[in-house]
Design a protein around this ligand. Structure first.
Ligand SMILES: [Zn+2]
Ligand SMILES: [Zn+2]
Length: 83
């Protein structure tokens, strides 16, 4: 039994935070590292806090990162996919 299997959402969160790029299939290492914290914020924090965490600047995050935050929150609000 592997109790530490990462949530498939983590990959999605990392990808969204990193941003879509043509030909890019994986988020960069920095975004993968940030993903668990971003996922926690998506569940427990505000959209502003999540956007700031993605952007890396406070108190104001850019519109791009606000959009990413909303995308992540809409994803995490969905029930898990059935296997
Ligand atoms: Zn990245
Ligand atoms: Zn930003």
């Amino acid at each position: 039994m592997n109790a530490t299997e990462p949530s498939p959402l983590l990959g999605d969160v990392a990808q969204i935070a990193c941003g879509p790029r043509q030909g890019k299939t994986r988020p960069c290492a920095a975004c993968q590292t940030k993903a668990p914290g971003l996922l926690t914020l998506a569940y427990t924090g505000t959209p502003e806090a999540l956007a700031a965490a993605i952007c890396g600047t406070t108190p104001d995050s850019c519109q791009d990162c606000k959009t990413k935050a909303e995308t992540i929150i809409s994803k995490t609000a969905q029930p898990p996919r059935a296997a």
